[in-house]
Design a protein around this ligand. Sequence first.
Ligand SMILES: C[S@@+](CC[C@H](N)C(=O)[O-])C[C@H]1O[C@@H](n2cnc3c(N)ncnc32)[C@H](O)[C@@H]1O
Length: 166
Amino acid sequence: MSVVRQTGSVVRPGEKTVQIPDAADAKLVFIGTIHTPWTDRAMCPRQGRHDGPDCRIEVFEPWAPALSGLGAYDTIEVLYWLDRSRRDLVTQNPKGDGQNYYGTFALRSPQRPNPIGTSLVRLVGISGNILTVRGLDCLDGTPLIDLKPDRCAFSPKAPDKPEALL
Ligand SMILES: C[S@@+](CC[C@H](N)C(=O)[O-])C[C@H]1O[C@@H](n2cnc3c(N)ncnc32)[C@H](O)[C@@H]1O
């Protein structure tokens, strides 16, 4: 088993890491880049706010036609790849106080085996392949994985499923 090279944050005293295998099974396609004002983690909000600054999501070709219809939603879900994260932490001490430790899955920390970030953002506008949104919390240049309408505002476009499957 080879070991994934870790980047980004330091391990705090008492935090626990494990050896992890190469992540070669799920092959993601980055469909765009997120442009934000933040180039340093210390400047980046922990969770985005709808009254935060405008951020731009650039959707790469050939995916621009996939934005058709998205403009009907005030709120959309953005999934992104927290590319500067460690991926080997199983317990974390977010405050660095040497006292309060939590399992990675009990946190929304960017340090996780598959560093997927999600935010429900306010959609300000779409112009061609560029979306303007508010409510992000990621570093400038973070890769975009997916965009979806807010599930609360979304009505399925497919036929109803048989009750037995619900
Ligand atoms: C706590 S995470 C929350 C992400 C998302 N809202 C969620 O809950 O899934 C946000 C933090 O991740 C860090 N971060 C942002 N962009 C990152 C990136 N590209 N790689 C690694 N860490 C990042 C910053 O410290 C930021 O404050």
